[in-house]
Ligand binder design. Structure first.
Ligand code: TXA
Ligand code: MG
Length: 326
């Protein structure tokens, strides 16, 4: 896939094309949020349902003031503290972007990504960029340029190569249109960091829900109701000590299954009997890469350790469809 200079990227966006952009969380597939024709191309390239709204990326806080209305003092405080950074604010939409971006909702998700090349692009062009993660729907979010290439080569004219994404999991999404604010998706900015600035916030049930029950709960982030990426192998979360974990590996081996393990770095040597052991740091930075690696193997069963981090646990719960062994 063509690696674009900032100038080439801006020129393509200006004529209504879509391109991949790096962010600190995951790569995004971007279009000018004001151009319906361009935004529609995103849904087509990803195979994304059109009732799932997109996050708008901006380079200056003042742009948020233009795209949203009735912004609360708390929302402004969060912008000041965490932008640029992995935090998306849901605010009241004031109709400046295409209806395709908001999927007809009266709210808009906005964030300022913290990646040098994309910030430069946003600030030079002043184009608000609608961008979902740059994967095909149903694949893990891409955390390096090669992942984007694998999913989207031939479907888009190119992308900006920004190396490996520093955070590796998507942004935290917080709904600032309700009191108290509600975290719709845990991510790069942690709940305690937010609460240190604006006081107590809630965590949406839907953010750690199964697909079936989230339909009933109608979570406010429409993306939650869609089936999420799960590796080809069957995924389980293991809630128990290392002895229990090892007994599970042995049991599956006896059944003739090839077993993979996702664990924290400090534990990887305990699981020698597994066929493939992949460690991720406590913040989950390598999780999506590991998911893609598992898909390249013949593993039948993936057993995952529990993680303390809400964002990591949220993604594991989705990948396992909440199947927990204990
Ligand atoms: O880190 C990220 O947020 C990455 C990078 C590229 O910025 N983007 C990302 O986008 O994860 P996507 O489309 O994969 O996930 C966006 C989520 C979806 O679950 C969507 O439903 C929700 O944000 N969302 C967007 N606008 C919303 C709104 N107005 N109200 C509620 N949820 C919204
Ligand atoms: Mg996504």
């Amino acid at each position: 896939m063509k690696k674009l200079t900032t100038k080439e990227a801006i020129n393509l966006l200006a004529v209504g094309e879509i391109i991949a952009i790096p962010t600190e969380t995951v790569y995004g597939l971007a279009a000018d949020a004001r151009k319906s024709r361009a935004v529609k191309k995103i849904f087509k390239a990803k195979g994304r349902p059109t009732d799932n709204p997109l996050i708008v990326h901006i380079g200056h806080i003042e742009q948020a003031e233009k795209l949203a209305k009735n912004i609360s003092d708390e929302a402004r405080l969060l912008m000041k503290h965490f932008w640029p950074g992995p935090l998306t604010l849901i605010l009241e939409d004031n109709g400046k972007v295409s209806k395709w971006v908001t999927a007809g909702l009266d709210t808009i998700g906005i964030r300022m990504p913290n990646h040098e090349r994309t910030l430069q692009l946003l600030r030079k062009s002043e184009i608000p960029l609608a961008a979902p993660s740059a994967n095909l729907s149903g694949k893990p979010s891409p955390t390096c340029f090669e992942h984007v290439e694998r999913d989207l080569v031939g479907k888009i004219p190119g992308g900006v190569n920004g190396g490996v994404c520093e955070v590796g999991l998507e942004s935290t999404i917080i709904d600032m249109t309700v009191v108290p604010p509600v975290i719709l998706r845990p991510g790069g900015i942690k709940r305690h960091e937010i609460e240190a600035i604006i006081g107590k916030v809630a965590l949406a049930d839907g953010s750690i829900e199964t697909n079936e029950s989230s339909e009933k709960l109608k979570p406010k982030a429409p993306g939650m109701k869609y089936a999420h990426y799960a590796p080809n192998a069957e995924v389980f979360i293991v809630n128990g000590d290392i002895a229990y974990f090892k007994s599970l590996i042995n049991n599956y081996r006896k059944l003739g299954k090839k077993v993979g393990v996702v664990c924290r770095k400090s534990n990887q040597y305990f699981y020698k009997r597994a066929h493939l052991v992949k460690s991720v740091s406590v913040d989950g930075k390598q999780l999506y890469k590991v998911f893609r690696q598992f898909d390249d193997t013949e593993i039948d069963i993936i057993l995952c350790e529990m993680f303390e981090d809400e964002a990591v646990m949220n993604r594991l719960m989705k990948a396992s469809e909440e199947k927990v062994l204990s």
